[in-house]
Ligand binder design. Sequence first.
Ligand code: MG
Length: 387
Amino acid sequence: MKTVSILGSTGSIGTQTLEVIRSGGDIRVAGLAARSQIDLLEKQIREFHPSKVAVWTEEKAAELRRNVADLEVEVLTGMDGLIEIASMEEADIVVTAIVGMIGIRPTIAAMNAGKDIALANKETLVTAGHIIMPLAKELGVNILPVDSEHSAIFQCLAMSDANRNGIDKILLTASGGPFRTWPAERLSEVTVEDALKHPNWNMGHKITIDSATMVNKGLEVIEAKWLFGVTLDQIQVVVQPKSVIHSMVQFLDGAVLAQLGTPDMKLPIQYALYYPERRFLAGDRLDFWELSEIRFERPDFDKFKGLRLAYQAGRKGGNMTTILNAANEKAVAMFLNRTIGYLEIPEIIEMSMNEIPFKPHPTVQEILETEQQVYELIDRKYDRTGK
Ligand code: MG
């Protein structure tokens, strides 16, 4: 029986992971970590019986401790709590489903404790891929991608070395988001509501905005580079508006393998949890008569400047990917708060990439310092409090 801990159990991936565990009926939950949604976390504790949980603040922890006083569960807090959940003795796999660079240190802690990682926290590889991948190899732990595209590629490769050595190209598919068909001139009018309407996937707010700007695809390009050991030039983004193909691999002999399916995050989650076993998963199946055709388009790097910037940052490496990611995180938060307009998101990313000092081989500490520098830079430049 496998035992799992989940970092980010109350978010979109976290709750779907628990749905997979509920229907599987044969995975135990060791620990859960959430930021602040203690009501939902309490329900999860009562259903899945973890021995330890963590929340971000002491205040939320105190409230949760009172609410679950009838149960035998230890409530931890902050980064120390996250790290403790990540490295619990009884867990075999840690699902990293928290959003942001806050995921780096717990992921490294889990790896050092010998856990396989079901990776849903993009930022870990985007900002620290040069540290994480060699460490995984050294420790002999698996990094099992939960991102749907990377899971698709992982499934196409079936992890055989022969397949890995024969990769010519990764064809990373993208839906193109809600603005694919909008003329570039209209993008200045985009509202938060427009950007939150994703055509195919139902996800958290941050990633939905990232899909609209296609920065998400850019982060996935960088993630794919690390996961599959290819260069940026070997990764081609292919727009496939209906999200039927979840990604493809072209091999040296010209063969292309693709993974297709309905857009349901439970598939990549379940594949990572039970890897290499395939299990029944309830849900819709593709209906090829209904589908009748699959269309492809070239991505527009001028309209989706964030995607171009991500390729630039990925080629440059070092802390440039951290600068891209941190600037994007901050800009998306400002857009969601209606402090800036949609087109200012890539502007802020580009400005940060130009201004923050470059470091070719950043340590984890330097990655986190770069993140702070980016936040401070943007705060200084975009102080709109009326001063
Ligand atoms: Mg994805």
